[in-house]
Design a protein around this ligand. Structure first.
Ligand code: ZN
Length: 360
């Protein structure tokens, strides 16, 4: 097996991402064949990046070639209804993305009686430990994984197929590339995730969810400079991003700022925390933002996430108006102290004489 070929890669991914006819792509591609600059870096740190996901290694038989191998199924999603029926095992969803080690096929897998028995035992253990209430236990989640509320993939590669099919028709759709990137990320294939997210930001440099995901993966690989570049862009373009509700958008910006602050500290203040003017495409907005930042005089506390909310809301621009008033942090700041000029004018406006007259 060649270097960079330990885990299978779908030739169709490379065909769509590089705009090549499928027949010209190797049937067993390596990481080195993926377009973009991050896949090889991330591949070297794959264990560190995946540490947040559970490991569920099972022996499966590929129906295409009839050979068996051990595969990491990743997070297992188990339906909550009819748990006592053993045939429900067929309905377990595996979010891990893997392909046959022998023939690179993906999709048709045979579960031996022994594997089924282990899965049943795993489900029973999760039930006993009250995983249904707590949501997760022993690498098992109860519920149903759905894509776009319509498709429930059994294996990670079915989720990949869903997006690749759409991308084949619409290869410039940055949002689809972003969703494919998330699928690979959950599938414990961060080297494929960064490939898809890089495509997303090439197609649309304002795809902030992909910038954010690239930043989060790259920081796990110790790539502070590159991570901060993407996180700053996630912050800079957030005010234009329409794919998320304002509340979720703010959470992303806050988390990006939190990581940026830690990079700034780790780099001895060498790596910028806030977007540079060159990273904005709209200069008018930059001036407004700089003015707004100056007015608010933020006190950012490294240990307190809450202190980043007002700053995040400045970057949200007009989208912060979509937050319910009680959830906005900037407004409370404004009332308290941000615009002393306004309160002065209000106090001074009624001349003293008038006041006296009114009283009498
Ligand atoms: Zn096979």
């Amino acid at each position: 097996m060649e270097k960079y070929q330990k885990y299978g890669i779908n030739p169709l991914l490379i065909s769509i991402a590089t705009d090549q006819v499928l027949i010209n792509v190797s049937p067993r591609p390596t990481v080195a064949m993926l377009p973009g600059k991050y896949s090889k870096i991330v591949y070297k740190h794959i264990k560190a990046v995946n540490s947040e996901f559970p490991e569920n290694i099972f022996r499966l038989t590929c129906e295409a070639c009839g050979r068996s191998g051990d595969y990491d199924l990743g997070t297992l999603v188990i339906p909550t209804d009819n748990l006592e029926h053993h045939n429900e095992i067929e309905k377990i969803q595996a979010l891990g993305y893997f392909r046959c080690k022998h023939c690179n096929a993906a999709g048709k897998w045979e579960l031996s009686a022994r594997v089924k028995a282990i899965l049943v035992a795993k489900v029973a253990a999760a039930v006993l430990s009250n995983a249904i209430e707590t949501g997760m236990s022993q690498g098992v989640v109860f519920g149903k994984a759905l894509i776009n509320k319509e498709f429930s993939p059994r294996w990670g590669n079915e989720a990949e197929d869903y997006f690749l099919e759409k991308l084949a028709q619409n290869p410039n759709n940055a949002y689809l590339w972003n969703r494919l990137g998330n699928t690979y990320c959950r599938g414990k294939r961060p080297e494929l995730a960064v490939c898809a997210h890089e495509q997303a930001v090439i197609k649309d440099m304002e795809q902030i969810e992909s910038h954010f995901s690239l930043g989060k993966i790259l920081i796990e690989c110790g790539e502070l400079e590159k991570a901060s570049e993407h996180l700053r862009q996630a912050v800079a373009f957030s005010y234009k991003y329409k794919q998320l509700p304002a509340y979720d958008l703010r959470e992303i910006v806050v988390e990006a700022l939190e990581i940026l602050l830690s990079i700034y500290n780790q780099s001895d203040n060498q790596i910028d925390m806030l977007p540079r003017p060159s990273e904005w495409e709209n200069n008018h907005f930059v001036k407004n933002q700089i003015a707004a930042t100056a007015i608010h005089d933020f006190e950012v506390d490294f240990n307190c996430r809450e202190t980043l909310y007002p700053l995040a809301e400045v970057y949200l621009g007009e989208r912060r108006n979509e937050l319910p008033p009680e959830a906005r942090s900037i407004q409370t700041q404004v009332r308290k102290k941000a615009w002393p000029v306004v309160s002065k004018v209000n106090k001074q406006k009624p001349p003293k004489k008038n006041k006296k007259r009114k009283k009498r």
